[in-house]
Design a protein around this ligand. Structure first.
Ligand code: 4AD
Ligand code: MG
Length: 458
């Protein structure tokens, strides 16, 4: 269908005075005595294009006025009468592409995010989702740019797996078997199933990423991960997008540098490529957002050991919901206290107790901690989890056995430590979490097309 994007109309001065065709959905409409005004949006920009209708030139304009209907408009692009830097269209011909009845739910200008969650197919037509999804797209492109510029190989790791990367038992089973009374045990069930053994959706591409890094040196994965966590929080979904670089010949500080550079590159990209969207978030979601991100991009992140963070929490005089002691897993309230009130900026916490972290992390010389890091940011909490990996075969096996893991599920992974093992490190960044951070949108359900959460698959 021959037409010009509204983004193009709004940004190229050369269109003024020319005859154009635009398409879009009616966002607002206003009728007066001789004239009528529509605002059209086609999704290519946050801005709406004003269509000016001289009523004497049209028989019946009633179908054009209905919010949500889709139109094709032909006319002359002229300088806006009210806003000199803007463009509007003097309509000459209007074609209704799709009518829209009055029960269309987006009649009001502002709806709550909670209400919008109940109409996921339509909420994407609001300004908020237009802005969120453009930022999401720009962030995704920035991630690819960052790694490809550094000669990382983009690797696609399998989503169906036979091993549990995080060892937390939060996996969705993959099975083709339904209820079968003749199957008596779990072993029989697994053996009869599609793969002849138990399979699940992967919680992380890391283990396969390590295989690839041991051949290609520097790799990253970027795809969905799945977690069957039965928690309903503002920052957990059962299906999220996961960015996981894995780097051979790298120790923990090396990937902290890599992670900080990635976050700063993402911030620079959205500030540069999404100015309208960022102004929108600054005005409606987080006052001072642009200034905050500009400052984050221009300053070093903080670094603090887990042990020091525990001391700070203990000395805070705060009543936390979850008790604080050396060895405790940090809850969001603790993470936010450290990043928001102690550091007031993103902070890498390092060297966590080995008991609360995964089997694959490099064991530190103190015998108590592992070379792990989480990046905590104000407003969200953890957005990155990473570590140096245990490259020593015996230490890895010991860590796996102490967790009662079934070594047969990890033969490939273990073999990496036999055949030219090297120090290597990596991390995982949750795409939705970084989107929350750069937009100020505080619920993860509002930065993903269809959020999958416990008890809810809309
Ligand atoms: O800290 P996590 O569990 O680390 C890993 O999965 C490692 N294998 C990563 C690696 O070293 N390659 O998860 C990494 C990040 C978290 O910091 C968070 O941003 C995101 O993934 N994440 C989730 N995002 C949304 N919903 C969930 N349920 C998430 N679980 C993890
Ligand atoms: Mg984590």
């Amino acid at each position: 269908m021959k037409h010009t994007d509204i983004y193009e109309i709004m940004t190229s001065p050369a269109v003024i005075g020319t005859h154009v065709t635009v398409c879009g959905w009616v966002r607002t409409s206003r009728d007066s005595k001789n004239m009528a005004f529509l605002e059209l949006n086609d999704g290519t920009t946050l801005k709406h294009l004003q269509i000016v209708i001289d009523k004497s030139a049209f028989d019946d304009i009633s179908e054009y006025m209905k919010l949500g209907s889709s139109l094709k408009v032909e006319g002359e692009a002229v300088k806006s009468v009210v806003a000199a830097d803007s463009v509007e269209i003097n309509a000459e011909k209007i074609t209704v592409l799709g009518t829209c009845p009055p029960e269309y739910p987006l009649q009001k200008k502002r709806h709550t995010l909670e209400y919008l969650r109940t109409i996921p197919a339509l909420r994407v037509r609001t300004n908020t989702f237009n802005a969120v999804f453009r930022v999401r797209s720009v962030v995704s492109a920035a991630i690819h740019e960052y790694f490809t510029e550094r000669r990382f190989t983009y690797v696609h790791t399998p989503l169906i797996t036979a091993s549990d990367c995080e060892g937390a038992g939060e996996m969705f089973r993959v099975t083709t078997l339904g209820f079968a009374p003749e199957i008596k045990t779990l072993e029989e069930y697994d053996a009869a199933d599609f793969f002849g053994r138990r399979a699940a959706l992967s919680v992380s591409g890391q283990l396969d990423g390590e295989v690839a890094a041991m051949a290609f040196g520097k790799i990253y994965t970027f795809g969905p991960s799945f977690r069957a966590e039965k928690s309903n929080t503002q920052r957990h979904v059962a299906e999220f997008w996961h960015v996981e670089p894995e780097v051979a010949f790298a120790e923990l500080p090396d990937i902290m540098v890599l992670a900080e550079g990635l976050i700063k590159h993402i911030i620079s990209s959205v500030l540069e490529k999404c100015p309208d969207e960022m102004r929108f978030f600054d005005a409606h979601f987080e006052k001072g957002l642009i200034e905050k991100l500009t400052s984050v991009k221009n300053h070093d992140f903080a670094v603090m050991s887990y042990t020091e963070a525990i001391e700070k929490l203990e000395k805070s005089g705060r009543e936390f919901k979850f008790p604080v002691y050396w060895g405790c897993d940090l809850a969001t309230e603790h993470e936010r206290y450290i990043s928001e009130e102690v550091c007031k900026k993103p902070v890498f916490l390092t060297d966590y107790p080995k008991e609360i972290k995964s089997f694959y992390m490099k064991q530190n010389a103190d015998g108590k901690t592992v070379a792990a890091t989480d990046l905590l940011v104000p407003g969200v909490g953890e957005i990155i989890g990473g570590s140096e990996r245990e490259a020593d075969l015996d230490k890895l096996l010991e860590a796996m056995k102490s967790r009662n893991m079934n070594l047969d599920e990890y033969t490939d992974y273990i073999s990496l430590r036999k055949f030219g093992s090297v120090p290597h490190s990596g991390f995982g960044l949750g795409l939705e979490r970084i989107i929350m951070y750069v937009t100020g949108v505080s619920n993860i359900r509002d930065v993903i097309l269809y959020p999958r959460t416990f008890g809810n698959i809309y």
